[in-house]
Write a protein that binds this ligand. Structure first.
Ligand SMILES: C[S@@+](CC[C@H](N)C(=O)[O-])C[C@H]1O[C@@H](n2cnc3c(N)ncnc32)[C@H](O)[C@@H]1O
Length: 267
């Protein structure tokens, strides 16, 4: 435990971190390792994309205890060869990572061995490099700090809930993110909320349904190119949006429904 974070056991029996400032557990129920794989690395097809010839830039939004980032880092480091992964983690508080790195917790958070050394370097120097992977920290307040990172190929979007982090589920935040995404980029988040999906559409992404996990009904994938979505939202979703009483973020424009309905995804 430190002043703001505490290690807890989820109902699924995994170790996870509770942030007492917001009262939320990072990776609740199934735990950090399974969520990092099922909600982020696998839907992003990260292992396959790391075998291509082009270098890859991954933005890790909300470093937290480093679980998503270290899962990506481990995939990159497990390769015998391949292009460089630049992993850029955005965070305003390093309390969760510092706690997860404590010797009594590190193995529970996959932060033992070389992965732990990389995370320690990130914590102390803000960067760690190997022949395959650069891992860099952008400290500061999102979404403004997005401007301090590189342009992305893959984004893991993992803030707290809209109750605790409304500024990171807004149309404005996703519009700032869209500006930092190149052609072919995909965005992965645990939330399947209608207002989150409509905000992504209003920001200019194509949007699809992601995989369900034990903790969340169905996650969301967004993409710069429609062809990168396996299960795009369809006109039945649009009809449900029309009936929803919580379909839009607070900063959505007054004509948000019309704008979404005219999105090329629903043409
Ligand atoms: C759900 S946790 C992330 C868990 C993390 N991805 C992991 O794998 O352990 C959300 C994180 O986002 C950070 N965060 C929330 N709002 C932020 C903001 N406005 N700017 C920067 N970081 C923020 C929190 O400090 C917290 O560590």
């Amino acid at each position: 435990m430190n002043d703001v974070c505490e290690v807890v056991t989820t109902t699924g029996g995994a170790r996870a971190i509770l942030d007492r400032r917001v009262g939320e557990v990072m990776h609740p129920v199934v735990g950090p390792a399974i969520e990092a794989a099922r909600l982020y690395c696998e839907p992003a097809r990260l292992a396959a994309r790391l075998q291509r010839s082009e270098p890859l830039v991954l933005l890790d939004i909300g470093l937290g205890a480093g679980s998503n980032a270290i899962a990506a880092w481990r995939l990159s480091e497990a390769r015998a060869a391949g292009p460089r992964l630049t992993l850029v983690s955005f965070e305003r508080s390093l309390d969760a990572l510092a706690l997860a790195l404590q010797p009594e917790h590190a193995a529970s958070f996959d932060l033992d061995g070389a992965a732990g050394a990389a995370a320690h370097a990130l914590l102390s120097a803000g960067i760690h490099e190997t022949s395959r992977t650069t891992w860099r920290l952008v400290a500061g307040e999102l979404p403004g700090s997005l401007a301090d990172g590189p342009v992305a190929d893959v984004v893991f979007w993992d803030p707290f809930s809209p109750r605790a982090n409304p500024e990171l589920w807004s149309v404005a935040a996703f519009t700032a993110l869209r500006r930092r995404c190149r052609a072919g980029a995909t965005v992965h988040t645990y939330s399947g909320a209608t207002a989150v999906r409509s905000s992504l559409l209003l920001a200019g992404f194509f949007v699809g349904v992601g995989e369900p996990t034990g903790a969340h009904k169905a996650a969301t994938c967004a993409a710069v190119d429609a062809a990168d979505l396996e299960r795009p939202l369809d006109r039945r979703w649009l009809a449900r949006l029309g009936r929803s009483t919580a379909g839009f973020a607070a900063d959505a424009p007054a004509d948000a429904y019309q704008r979404v309905a005219h999105h090329p995804q629903f043409a």
